[in-house]
Design a protein around this ligand. Sequence first.
Ligand code: PEP
Ligand code: MN
Length: 338
Amino acid sequence: MLIIMDKTASDEQIEVVEDKIRSMGWTPHEIPGSLRIAIGITGNKGAVDPSLFSNLTGVVECIPVSKPYKLVSRDVKPEDTILNLSNATIGGKDLVLMAGPCSVESRSQIMEVAEFVKSQGAQVLRGGAYKPRTSPYSFQGLKEEGLKYLREAADKFDMSVVTELKDTETVELVSEYADMLQIGARNMHNFSLLEAVGRTNKPVLLKRGLAATIEEWLMAAEYIASQGNYNIALCERGIRTFETYTRNTLDLNAVPMVKQLSHLPIIVDPSHGTGSWELVTPMALAAVAAGADGLLIEVHPHPEKALSDGKQSLRPETFAELVDRLKKIVPACRRNFN
Ligand code: PEP
Ligand code: MN
């Protein structure tokens, strides 16, 4: 249920509605937005009776929300959500470019990549310090040392940092260094982790699970929002299908579909979505044409020596070519790029 209040409703009138919601054992959520004052209800088991609220002063309308996800749905908030990071905005008119290596491998590596991707217009530096690897014997990341290098590189080149955290134990530590917390595909169903990042006020980049439907993905976002953190961007990074020539199948249908269903911004990651560097540029361009709010691209100075995901990492010169082509198509997609 969504309760729409009169635009001129007073704080006291809003408080009366919220107290009533709490007295039923449910949770009120004031939905941020400039066009109207709306209060969402979560925690109810069955349908909410609108007559509980419709007679309270200041209440204009009670709208039932039929979708299983509520706070992240477009029904509850028609306007697009825009996330503000220190050096980037995500959503709205501007296309955001997030780039960097799969893993932070050394101070010099991340410095070199940061300087280069920034010079090409990337606003957000990515890099994994805690790596979820298929094999326990593969490189697991530099952990806190990697976070320090990331922060130092981002500060030096006026960038924001997005980095993955794998478990609830590291939420606090990673939050000290990162501007945006990445929930990886393998953790999209880790509900305790979703709730833990929902209790922070950090923007979250929520990757789509390897075999998650769009609805399951939006439900994962709802877990985060249900704890009070609405600063969420979704990231389409490919799903597992029967196809074996590509690492994953990049589901670009998800972009316009999510735009219909949700107010959250959506980023596309063609690096994990394809698994090969040759496919990254064409799919990045296609993602922008499909309406993505931004791109997440893996870049490595020497992909052949990368400790993870070298096959899908762009060399600096290839990244520059991608940016060159992006500049041509972004205006045609009714967006700005730098
Ligand atoms: C990554 O961004 O390097 C990563 C591990 O991504 P995903 O969770 O999409 O596999
Ligand atoms: Mn990777």
